[in-house]
Write a protein that binds this ligand. Sequence first.
Ligand SMILES: NC(=O)C1=CN([C@@H]2O[C@H](COP(=O)(O)OP(=O)(O)OC[C@H]3O[C@@H](n4cnc5c(N)ncnc54)[C@H](O)[C@@H]3O)[C@@H](O)[C@H]2O)C=CC1
Ligand SMILES: CC(=O)C(=O)O
Ligand SMILES: [K+]
Ligand SMILES: [Mn+2]
Length: 353
Amino acid sequence: MKQLEIAVIPGDGIGKEVVPAALDVLRTIAEVHGGLQFTFVEFPWSCDYYMEHGKMMPDDGLQILQGFAAIFLGAVGNPKLVPDHISLWGLLLKIRREFEQVINIRPAKFFRGLQSPLANPNDFDFIVVRENSEGEYSEIGGRIHRGDDEIAIQNAVFTRKGTERAMRYAFELAKKRKRHVTSATKSNGIFHTMPFWDEVFAQVKQDYPEVQTDSYHIDALAAFFVTKPHLFDVVVASNLFGDILTDLGGAIMGSIGIAPAANINLNGKYPSMFEPVHGSAPDIYGKGIANPIGQIWTAKLMLDHFGEDELGSVLLKTIEDVTADGIKTPDIGGKATTREVTDEICRRLRQLA
Ligand SMILES: NC(=O)C1=CN([C@@H]2O[C@H](COP(=O)(O)OP(=O)(O)OC[C@H]3O[C@@H](n4cnc5c(N)ncnc54)[C@H](O)[C@@H]3O)[C@@H](O)[C@H]2O)C=CC1
Ligand SMILES: CC(=O)C(=O)O
Ligand SMILES: [K+]
Ligand SMILES: [Mn+2]
């Protein structure tokens, strides 16, 4: 029996709705598999926790998480209670940084049963490899003065190691796919870091002669995601560019409520963390209509991570079947609730046992 202890952090807003849904799916998967057992240990760390304790997680929170096989997270943020930069840096970004989850993998593909808003979605299927440890997401900088003379400075940090690591990951991934890597740059406007990014890309690609490459400025690239998404296989991007591109990836599938993500620790020192692309969606929280597919597809990425790729593929196919049969939440044009979609996915999985 393969035993996996998973730390579960539903977080805020719809995280508290879609995480329980995905856990039901994972429990069902374990039943179907027969040789796999999950233990889920839940932590209430969130903006509500902050209101009570003055912090997003306890001081020994990272030590507590360290012993788990993986972390399964929903979303963080409730700007009515806690400013977003405080809540995210106190939990989500803290875990990504301290646990050296240096790569964020975010797939997007034409999804059966979904009406893509694109006129020509052309069966696109790509993965964005987002640098996840540095770049534009940084605490370096500061503010001085207030009022008319106020100054805010925010430094971006691009190391050769971090940049090269993300690019090599993208090339290795492309070797297993359609052998194409696109670099997201902006070396016409960002004077130092992006020319550096281009130089490193030009060097790294020398080691992968079998992989085709392209490089586009992020503005044009964003437009190509809409007009020619089938052009892309693996896209490597800095932290912020990858963040923005992957909401767009979700949107062209049909909803950001579908898009999955994995924060990968590459050195084996700490657990990886699995959380969907979307946030806590305060505008729909409490209505029971959040799309659970982003979180459930994220569970599939976690299964892949544990070497259960076959089961992962079965799960993704089941999600697509349910969607194709019209059992969908309102964000993708249906009338079903979070619970109804989840129950239907579980029901169909059980039929496989
Ligand atoms: N990784 C994380 O934990 C992230 C956290 N956030 C936080 O989430 C909060 C809300 O941020 P927003 O910018 O509004 O982004 P958001 O992703 O939470 O929501 C954007 C829009 O997409 C919709 N949406 C998102 N997920 C959905 C789902 N599963 N089903 C149906 N509709 C869905 C929402 O209803 C909203 O209209 C903020 O506190 C923000 O900082 C935002 C992005 C990522
Ligand atoms: C914070 C956020 O939007 C992200 O990391 O995707
Ligand atoms: K999330
Ligand atoms: Mn984001």
